[in-house]
Ligand binder design. Structure first.
Ligand SMILES: *[C@@H]1O[C@H](CO)[C@@H](O)[C@H](O)[C@H]1NC(C)=O
Ligand SMILES: *[C@@H]1O[C@H](CO)[C@@H](O)[C@H](O)[C@H]1NC(C)=O
Ligand SMILES: *[C@@H]1O[C@H](CO)[C@@H](O)[C@H](O)[C@H]1NC(C)=O
Ligand SMILES: *[C@@H]1O[C@H](CO)[C@@H](O)[C@H](O)[C@H]1NC(C)=O
Length: 486
């Protein structure tokens, strides 16, 4: 868990029988996909309510990054955040960064923040395929708008006619992110403030009459919704991304069944009867009015023309399988089977919290509240051969163990999305209370995830092989486990 402040259209056709080798190693296309990102402050009103935000190339959400499996993605980030200036960094969510841990984008773990006024180029391989996103990993900047979609085209395990592209969904706070952060860590503050809205591809309506009394922020009703073009009788691929800072999302499309074809970067087979899929929080009406691809946000200059309103939502009744829990693990198995070995070592890490001497609320993982040092990343110290880390860096040294099982017991009444960098976690167990020490769901081929929710007062058991070394330092697996609420 890191500190509060830090934290596809198949271009190739269906490949029925990829070998195990291919599932672990991407092809090397030699193609470089270059992007240039200028990060700066700006003001937008994606739901009609004007807000100070951080933008990439003046866009929100940030530009779509697209590549084919095996390409090299190269992104130069120019930090032009000023008044006040801040560091920044960019994390490429779910990419393994094999051989390139220093491009994972985590200040205090793999790099120093990109200083104000300077630039940094990330270069890494599109080693997995599917749908993901990138986001700032500095402070809570992504609650301020610093994120965007990332698609890697590759083999597809499902037939579909139309790729509707990314559907980014995120909670949206009208308060500027830094002041939220201050209130989150303030004595007597709210560690989990509620958001004001929920955006789909950076758009949503907001009822300006619900603004707090005395709030003079400019606000426009009926700012507009994202629209998608559905064709009757065709099968559509939707790439859902939760780009929110805290909100767990629960997705359904009125009166239509969805078939889940991939969780994170892990393709899953398409069963005859589609599993019901859920997270938690609101359901959405279908984006009903035909239009071509969703348009990126543009500053509003003139009064918007009146658009037809979508019909009222008739959401499915899909009960939450727990208290804000992912689906039952037994419902999903990966397309490519991997059987986890008996782990070489097992570690239990409990999630808890405490109030420190100055009255600040702090989350802990394994008894430690993480506090990194932006000037001294873990990776560079390890590369220098010094493995004596300050306790508050919360470094777990698994030595030469070939596989690691981690039992996360959540002793708090709040669910937490757990996310391991550098690996797809094999999720062995998830449920209420503590793990019984032996139950494993689908032991011969457990679901693999980039992010897994550990439910409130529940547990999650995950395992990974230590197959992602930093070749320069000879250190196995310098990767962080974080809680995505940052
Ligand atoms: C959705 O799937 C269920 C279970 O297979 C089926 O009974 C129902 O008819 C389907 N509904 C639609 C609208 O396809
Ligand atoms: C308590 O935590 C806050 C927030 O991380 C920090 O600013 C403060 O220095 C801590 N207090 C002590 C006494 O360590
Ligand atoms: C190793 O790093 C720690 C802090 O990260 C530092 O206190 C210590 O002096 C370093 N040891 C050596 C031998 O450089
Ligand atoms: C395996 O990991 C444990 C920590 O869980 C560590 O104490 C032990 O030294 C490691 N063993 C090897 C052989 O590196």
């Amino acid at each position: 868990m890191s500190l509060l402040g830090s934290i596809i259209n198949g271009v190739l056709s269906i490949v029925g029988a990829l070998t195990q080798q291919q599932t672990n190693g991407a092809p090397n296309t030699g193609v470089i996909r270059s992007y240039d990102f200028t990060v700066s402050r700006g003001q937008i009103a994606p739901d009609g309510y004007q807000k100070d935000v951080l933008l990439i190339n003046n866009q929100f959400p940030g530009p779509l990054i697209e590549a084919n499996w095996g390409d090299t993605i190269q992104v130069t980030v120019h930090n032009q955040i000023s008044n006040p200036s801040e560091g920044t960094s960019m994390h490429w969510h779910g990419l393994l960064q094999k051989g390139t841990p220093w491009y994972d984008g985590i200040p205090s773990v793999g790099q120093c923040p990109i200083a104000p006024g300077s630039s940094f180029t990330y270069t890494f391989q599109a080693s997995l395929y599917g749908t993901t996103w990138y986001h700032s990993h500095y402070s809570a900047q992504y609650a301020g708008g610093l994120f965007g979609p990332l698609i890697i085209h590759g083999p597809s395990n499902a037939q579909y006619d139309i790729d509707l592209g990314p559907v980014m969904i995120n909670d949206w706070y009208h308060e500027e992110y830094f002041s939220i952060l201050e209130s989150v860590v303030d004595p007597g503050g709210n560690p989990r403030p509620a958001s004001d809205n929920n955006l789909i591809n950076g758009k949503m309506d907001f009822d300006c009459s619900t603004k707090a009394a005395g709030d003079n922020t400019p606000c426009t009703d009926n700012a507009g919704l994202s629209r998608f073009k559905f064709t009757t009788g065709k099968t559509h691929r939707l790439r859902f991304i939760n780009g929110g800072s805290q909100g767990i999302q629960r997705i359904s499309i009125d009166q239509h069944n969805m078939t889940i074809i991939a969780n994170d970067f892990v393709p899953i087979p398409t069963p005859e009867a589609p599993p019901q899929h859920s997270g938690c929080a609101p359901t959405f009406p279908p984006p009903a009015v035909p239009q071509t691809n969703p348009t990126p946000w543009q500053p509003s200059t003139t009064t918007k023309p009146t658009r037809p309103r979508p019909p009222p939502a008739k959401p499915w009744n899909i009960p939450d399988p727990g208290t804000c829990a992912n689906d039952d693990l037994s419902l999903s198995v990966p397309y490519y089977s991997i059987t986890p070995p008996t782990p070489a070592t097992t570690k239990e890490l409990s999630i808890s919290f405490y109030v420190n001497e100055t009255g600040n609320f702090l989350w802990t993982l394994g008894g430690t509240s993480f506090r990194g040092n932006y000037n001294h990343p873990v990776l560079s110290q390890a590369q220098a051969g010094n493995l004596s880390f300050p306790a508050e860096w919360n470094v777990q040294n698994f030595g030469t163990n070939s596989s690691v099982r981690i039992v996360v017991n959540n002793l708090t009444p709040a669910s937490h999305p757990m996310h391991l960098h550098g690996h797809n976690m094999e999720i062995l167990s998830e449920g209420p209370g503590s793990w019984d020490g032996s139950s494993i769901t689908n032991p011969s081929n457990p679901i693999r995830r980039d992010v897994q929710l550990v439910r409130a007062n529940g547990h999650m058991v995950m395992q990974y092989d230590t197959d992602n070394p930093d070749s320069d330092s000879g250190c196995a697996d310098m990767y962080e486990l974080d809680e995505l609420y940052e």
